[in-house]
Design a protein around this ligand. Sequence first.
Ligand SMILES: [Zn+2]
Length: 64
Amino acid sequence: MDADAPPPPRPPTRPLGPCPVCRRRPPDATFRPFCSARCRQVDLGRWLSEDYAIPAKPEDDDQD
Ligand SMILES: [Zn+2]
């Protein structure tokens, strides 16, 4: 039996997938996980628009 089992080897750094915005180009080291500053801005814009999409008052319960 192997009582002193060594810890599993750390998996190698997983290569990032393609740019999550355009999914056509590999990410750039400067803008990863995006391929460019533009795609990074696009992603940021999505987050902001999602945030703004949330209404301040989810329910206008104005019952009498
Ligand atoms: Zn991109």
